[in-house]
Design a binder for this molecule. Structure first.
Ligand code: AMP
Length: 208
């Protein structure tokens, strides 16, 4: 978990690559549906581009449809509301929750300068602290980089206010359950990864 721009996607890739965890990134799945103009993608396009959340039922059905029985997985971008956290608890054992802590000012600075690989199989993320070696091109797959539609100022503002209103209360929810690990998301990418590595042995989420 973490505010937009806190580095969830970057660190989720680190965990996938180093621990072989399946990563389910709800935002990426929805963006892929939009790029393929599927009925689901078309239905949520306007909502998503303006920085609003899709419904709890839809978000959870996306997560559930990606999970095979008994495999370990890491959720990136879910849950985002108390209701989603409760839905998750009903069907799965949550092993741990990592929160990347970041202040609003730094988040906005990162989001405004953020670019993402347009290749939906790659999705590498670049920003002020990680510039591509060749301007406008992905270091990994050489595809052109793009700016997300919801990384424009009005949508950023909306997303951050929804995070504060709807997602922040979940931190307390998991704190009470003793599942919470807070990592300073303001640190350099490698330092955040090191910290996550240090606690990762205890943070495993598995299907019940
Ligand atoms: P993200 O890439 O995580 O910032 O997600 C981008 C957008 O996808 C969000 O602004 C929402 O519109 C939608 N989305 C992703 N995950 C969820 C979720 N768990 N609940 C509701 N909407 C979501």
């Amino acid at each position: 978990m973490g505010m937009q721009g806190s580095g969830k996607g970057t660190q989720a890739s680190f965990i996938r690559d180093n621990y072989g965890f399946k990563v389910i990134t709800t935002g990426e799945i929805i963006r892929d549906e939009m790029a393929r103009h599927t009925p689901l993608g078309n239905k949520v396009r306007e909502l998503m581009n303006s920085g609003n959340l899709v419904s709890d039922d839809l978000a959870f059905s996306i997560v559930k449809s990606r999970i095979n029985d008994k495999e370990n997985f890491l959720l990136d971008g879910f849950p985002r509301t108390i209701k989603q956290a409760q839905m998750l608890d009903e069907d799965f054992d949550v092993g741990g929750v990592i929160v990347l802590d970041l202040d609003e000012k730094t988040a906005i600075k990162r989001l405004v300068g953020r670019q993402q690989c347009s290749n939906t199989k790659c999705n590498a993320i670049y920003g002020p602290s990680k510039q591509p070696k060749r301007k406008g091109l992905c270091d990994i797959c050489s595809s052109p980089l793009m700016t997300r539609e919801d990384d424009e100022p009005l949508a950023i503002k909306r997303r951050i206010s929804l995070y504060n209103e709807q997602t922040l209360p979940i931190i307390n929810y998991y704190k009470k359950k003793n599942l919470l690990h807070i990592v300073d998301g303001k640190k350099a990418i490698n330092n955040v990864s090191d910290e996550i590595e240090g606690l990762f042995g205890n943070v495993i989420i598995s299907a019940s």
